[in-house]
Design a protein around this ligand. Structure first.
Ligand code: EPU
Length: 407
């Protein structure tokens, strides 16, 4: 298995290109299921999760074609065609590797009248149930059956009627599934307490480009009028606000200065405000609050700040798996329940470390950039799920970082 070696101490300076957003890509790709016409996504990041989603779509009968992918390019263009679906099932071996597979549920039931998806189970950042996805589809008229680790959603008569979905808590994925199901329903749907993440806006914009009728885009109340059919579209994936935020933390911890080329500051206000204010008290919250996907990277940065900071993780119950690893590098962090108190230390020390999820792995990279000596991050496959060519981007701005294979 590959590892990443970092020798800390270099200041990062220069230009760093920001890729297309992973979490946007993973909700734009299933939109291809909603039409027999081609859907083309530009600026699609080259990530393991995007490849896995492509394979899942292939299994359902969607063809995927990649253009203009020179090894030196960032991003790709992918055209997906779902002329005729050959399956409506997302099997366990794919879903267990990539939770975002659940996002085929809504579009499949909308297009084919039924969908079967393996239950994803827990993951390293928490339980992550899918009850809200199922309740939303039920509220729109789907019949839900659970059997042998799979969930089946059926639209009686082949098409969902639509309905009123009121989420008790904000869920990005459940909002996405509800939206993709609603656009082809017979009638109208209202989604209340919808997530407002920029990735949801990106999804709405693609659906609008495909001929959907949606109002309230970017607000907590979305109104969708179902249409008979949707057509193809070409759409550019938004820049990755979490990748950009991660590299901002990396630059800050090294005392450097990087230009995040292509980043969209409007989508990153809470992160930017927190960066300006560092040495802070912060709680993660749904957008426009501070993103849970930035918590680990921010914590790593605060390990070297002057004074103490207090972080509270309100979205996922188990998202502090990076803390013991950062502590092995000399960080002073105390966790009580959902709150972590980080006291800045003079120096961090390189060590062999590993993390159990994507953002936690990135926090170890950030700490490694400033640690004395060498840090060796294993389980690099987590990083490959969400950071396009990380070591190449960081070495181009001056980091001493390389990927090595076993042997
Ligand atoms: N929740 C439920 N029931 C549900 C769905 C969610 O209780 O049916 C709970 C979750 O357990 C969690 C909270 O609601 O406590 C919010 O979860 P949400 O559904 O918003 O998360 P998600 O859609 O599963 C996406 C991102 C995550 C990101 C979260 C929160 C994708 C593919 N994933 O997950 O990204 O942390 O929103 O912003 O879009 C990452 O990129 O590293 C990552 C984990």
């Amino acid at each position: 298995m590959d590892r990443i070696l970092i020798r800390g101490g270099n200041r990062l300076t220069g230009k760093l290109p920001i890729s297309g957003a992973k979490n946007s890509a993973l909700t734009l790709m299933p939109c291809a299921l909603l039409t027999e016409e081609p859907v083309t996504l530009r600026n699609l990041p080259r990530l393991a999760d995007v490849d896995s989603f492509g394979h899942l779509l292939n299994q359902l009968g969607v063809s995927t074609e990649i253009e203009g992918a020179r090894p030196s390019d960032f991003g790709r263009v992918m055209t997906m065609r779902a002329g005729r679906l050959t399956s409506t099932e997302a099997p366990y071996d794919i879903v267990r590797k990539m939770r975002a597979s659940i996002l085929v549920l809504g579009p499949l039931v909308a297009r084919a009248g039924e969908a079967t998806v393996s239950l994803p189970g827990g993951c390293s950042i928490g339980n992550r149930p899918i009850d809200l996805h199922l309740k939303a589809l039920e509220a729109m008229g789907a019949r839900i059956e659970l059997a042998a680790g799979y969930v089946k959603a059926i639209a009686p008569g082949g098409r969902l009627p639509g309905g009123r979905v009121a989420f008790p808590i904000v869920s990005v994925g459940a909002t996405e599934n509800a939206l993709m199901a609603a656009v082809l329903a017979k009638g109208g749907t209202v989604i209340e307490n919808a997530a407002r993440e920029p990735e949801i806006v990106d999804l709405c914009n693609l659906l609008l480009a495909m001929g959907a009728s949606i109002s309230g885009v970017g607000t907590e109340r979305l109104e969708i009028e179902g249409v008979e059919r949707l057509h193809g579209a070409t759409y550019r994936v938004m820049p990755d606000r979490i990748e950009a935020g991660s590299y901002a933390c990396a630059a800050a911890i090294t005392g450097g200065s990087v230009e995040l080329v292509g980043a969209k500051p409007d989508d990153m206000r809470a992160t930017i405000a927190a960066l300006i204010d560092a040495g802070v008290t912060l709680s993660t919250a749904p957008f426009p609050g501070f993103p849970t996907d930035m918590q680990a990277q921010f914590m790593a940065m605060l390990c070297k700040a002057d004074g103490a900071s207090v972080l509270t993780e309100t979205i996922f119950e188990n998202r502090y798996m990076h803390v013991p690893e950062l502590a092995r590098m000399g960080a002073d962090i105390q966790v009580r329940g959902r709150t972590a108190v980080v006291r800045g230390v003079d120096h961090l020390v390189g060590a062999p470390v590993m993390a159990t999820d994507l953002r936690a792995s990135m926090s170890l990279i950030i700490a490694g950039l400033v640690a004395q000596g060498q840090t060796e991050v294993s389980r690099v496959y987590h990083l490959d799920r969400g950071y396009e060519r990380l070591e190449e981007k960081l070495s181009a701005v001056g980091a001493d970082i390389e990927r090595v294979g076993d042997g």
